[in-house]
Write a protein that binds this ligand. Sequence first.
Ligand code: HEM
Length: 127
Amino acid sequence: MKKFVPLICAAILSLGFASQVQAEVSVKAEMKAMGQSFKAADSAKDAATLKKELVTVRDLAKKTQAQVLASRQQGKPEQTYLEGIGKLLAALDNSIALADAGKFDAAKASLARAKELRSEYHKKMRD
Ligand code: HEM
């Protein structure tokens, strides 16, 4: 059994958060897709498009949340990730509720919070 340990470690090292290579979960593909949908939300001209794109971002964020929660590793990077993604989900829920209520301008303006969290946590997770 012991001889398998290095192999498992190598597999774990090949994945992971950008500079935090010890993590076993990769969120890269989902983040890439979140980037595209968030951009589409930010340039949406109507509430229906805005809502559709934000729901896609929320689904992707939830998917990564579940992956990180299920990870065998639960250290500092995972804690920081879950903290940030929890805040992002709350911000997205708020924006989606505004879009649902037909408050298009307020929903658009509320995207500033998600942008703030994006830059805050991208920076934190690079440190
Ligand atoms: C609206 C919010 C967000 C958007 C649109 C977004 C988008 C992106 C994009 C486009 C990338 C680059 C992916 C690539 O390399 O192709 C990325 C990377 C990353 N993001 Fe986000 N992000 C958001 C919020 C967050 C939050 C809140 C966190 C942490 C809690 C986070 C954690 C990460 C991490 C760890 C990476 C590096 C992934 C890797 O290369 O392994 N992001 N994000």
